[in-house]
Ligand binder design. Sequence first.
Ligand code: VGL
Ligand code: ZN
Length: 197
Amino acid sequence: MQALIVIDMQRDFCPGGALAVSGGDEIVPGINALMPEFASVILTQDWHPAGHSSFASGHPDRAPYDLIDMPYGPQVLWPDHCVQGSIGAGFHPDLETDRADLILRKGFRAEIDSYSAFFENDRKTPTGLDGYLRARGITALTMTGLATDFCVNFSAVDAARLGYSVTLHQDLCCAIDLDGSLITALEAMEAEGVTLA
Ligand code: VGL
Ligand code: ZN
């Protein structure tokens, strides 16, 4: 059984949003068009409390996109984005959310970020998605959404390590691309056996 995973197709990651990925909105029609081909459609939603520890605004001596050391490892500091209940945390208005079987929220703990749909950034606290997929007999995942080099990458790598058959739909993803992070991410996914399609 195959699932389409749509990562973080939220207003804040689209042009005009707080952490806009250039061209991020252009993949919405293609994602919608792909939904009927899948037995299951799962959406993720980046969902941070105000003042989240990944927001540069809470680190007075730091700027957005700085890399800092957190107790769980390195962490990029971001502009405030996807604050729980805000307009920016909502899905892109054209995304067909009705088709979703599950909307998985992540990044809701103030002290730790969660790029991956499977584990928080300590790479070991589970979100519960693995259990959900296993319980439903879903074994193959096609990954789409934002951003290719962060949340899509971490989700695809974790999924491959968990034993899923993973395909990255490259045309239906879009990258932030900080200092070559896109090429690094593509190499990481390939090394884990993710099919780049
Ligand atoms: C994301 C940075 C911060 C993403 C989420 O969805 O790729 N990137 N939070
Ligand atoms: Zn975030």
